[in-house]
Design a protein around this ligand. Structure first.
Ligand code: APR
Length: 232
């Protein structure tokens, strides 16, 4: 890999697993405890906003207690020490990449730290506990929701992400099951751009066969080793 190679990284819940935050599809994961349609769709929010706020309030409180692990810190080191551009795109809504020192992280599924007005689209920093009927600071409508991208909604930063993938020399997917699109197709875009593709995951993801290289193990071990190799 050239010294100024552009590296684009996609992360999923698996990178935060060792920080104590649950993943979605592992044994006992979040989607084993809650129905996606109840807590992660606009329809679910419209039907029972209290349930949705309770779900995200619990995740916000848990994320507030979590600390970045060696994988988050290794990616921040890569950004700081690699001569070329290192872009981190995450599906995660926790702030552990930033807490680990990463910059300009693209949260394509939004963040627990963000609140959004379902009426006017105004965004603000979410309180630790969000309630239903919370008035929007801009339009006063009682329509506050978490600024998290739900199933059926358009992820953030898609144009910017596809531009990064089209210019990538290396694309890595870390801690994601490859079950959710459009993120699961990023490997194909990167491959089309001629990038070297590598998956770092606890076990083969649904898209494992589409990567040129696969490294299995816990992110807190595989990611620092990979970064040390890249920084040669
Ligand atoms: N180290 C590395 N990988 C791990 C670890 C670990 N310690 N623990 C779990 N994993 C892997 C699992 O093997 C799995 O492949 O992380 C992946 C987690 O997959 P999911 O739970 O499906 O999480 P993710 O891929 O981020 O989900 C994508 O789905 O529900 C939506 O919006 C939600 O952003 C989420 C999206």
């Amino acid at each position: 890999m050239g010294k100024s190679a552009k590296i684009v990284i996609l992360t999923g819940a698996g990178i935060s697993a060792e920080s104590g935050l649950g993943t979605f599809r592992d044994e006992g994961g979040l989607w084993a405890q809650h129905r996606i349609e109840d807590v992660a769709t606009p329809e679910g929010f419209a039907c029972n906003p209290d349930l949705v706020h309770r779900f995200y309030n619990a995740r916000r409180a848990q994320a507030a207690e979590a600390r970045p692990n060696a994988a988050h810190q290794a990616l921040a080191r890569l950004q700081a020490e690699h001569a070329g551009e290192v872009v981190i795109v995450t599906q995660n809504v926790d702030g552990l990449h930033e807490a680990g020192g990463a910059q300009h992280v693209l949260h394509m599924h939004g963040t627990l730290a963000g609140a959004l007005c379902a009426a006017c689209g105004h965004g603000w920093t979410a309180p630790l506990e969000m309630q239903t009927d919370q008035p929007c600071p801009a339009c006063a409508a009682p329509a506050a929701r978490p600024d998290v991208v739900w199933f059926g909604e358009i992820p953030y930063f898609m144009e910017e992400i596809f531009a990064h993938l089209a210019a990538a020399d290396v694309f890595a997917a870390i801690g994601t099951s490859g079950e959710v699109y459009p993120a699961a197709a990023f490997v194909d875009e990167a491959h089309l751009a001629g990038a070297h593709t590598v998956e770092l995951n606890l076990e083969p993801s649904a898209t494992a066969s589409r990567f040129a290289e696969r490294r299995f193990g816990r992110a807190s071990e595989t990611v620092p080793a990979w970064v040390t190799e890249l920084l040669g």
